[in-house]
Design a protein around this ligand. Structure first.
Ligand SMILES: Nc1ncnc2c1ncn2[C@@H]1O[C@H](COP(=O)(O)OP(=O)(O)OP(=O)(O)O)[C@@H](O)[C@H]1O
Ligand SMILES: C[C@@](O)(CCOP(=O)(O)O)CC(=O)O
Length: 187
């Protein structure tokens, strides 16, 4: 049974995947860690239905952005029937790991699901708009002003991490999260 979930949220190109991977490396010194995404099973099912390449949808390539609007709509239909549908699949992928890092929480229902499932640390990744733009972010109406990207803007996360490219500061913040996770694991 998963003992701790680190539930990461953040705007597009804030660096959610980058931070999650680094954090996983760090936490693997003291625990078994699984990296999962709420959107992984969504992309997998969507790819199957639409005859697309799932691996491609997992990358930063253009295919994901071409299909984003439609994937969001399709996912929201599924969530209307069962709000925890994709979250459940994400935590079930490796049910025996100590820590499950979820790289892409977007909705309050995601946070509610994880907090109900087990001990959860909600982490927000913040990056300045200019920094996100330098990483390839472009604003799209109907996406960047909608729930998929704004659903957790006002959510009270347990930790807010600044990811503007200062590596020493990033490491310091990672160290703080690492210590919190160790404490949560031992309690
Ligand atoms: N601290 C950092 N130092 C160097 N590069 C970074 C840093 N944070 C993020 N990046 C780079 O910025 C890009 C976007 O990061 P990442 O894919 O992690 O963001 P994301 O929030 O997961 O994006 P998406 O909107 O696609 O879900 C990647 O190329 C990543 O390597
Ligand atoms: C369709 C969707 O899952 C895409 C997520 O892609 P990514 O996390 O930005 O790589 C977004 C959503 O579920 O609202």
């Amino acid at each position: 049974m998963v003992k701790l979930i680190v539930a990461i949220s953040g705007k597009r190109k804030s660096g959610k995947d980058f931070v999650a991977k680094r954090l996983a490396e760090k936490l693997r010194q003291v625990a078994t860690v699984h990296l999962a995404g709420v959107s992984h099973s969504l992309k997998q099912e969507y790819a199957q239905i639409h005859d697309l390449n799932y691996d491609e949808l997992l990358t930063d390539g253009p295919e994901k952005e071409q299909h984003r609007r439609d994937m969001i709509e399709w996912g929201e239909q599924k969530r209307k029937q069962d709000a925890g549908y994709f979250c459940r699949k994400a935590v079930s992928a490796d049910p025996n790991c100590d820590i499950c890092i979820i790289t892409d929480c977007r909705r309050t229902t995601d946070m509610e699901f994880f907090k109900n499932y087990c001990k959860t640390l909600a982490v927000r990744i913040d990056a300045d708009l200019e920094v996100r733009k330098s990483r390839g972010y472009i604003f799209f109406y109907g996406i960047d002003d909608a729930e998929s990207e704004c659903g957790l803007d006002d959510y009270k996360h347990d930790f807010v991490l600044q990811n503007n490219g200062d590596d020493a500061f990033l490491e310091k913040q990672m160290g703080e999260i690492f210590d919190i996770c160790k404490t949560l694991l031992s309690n």
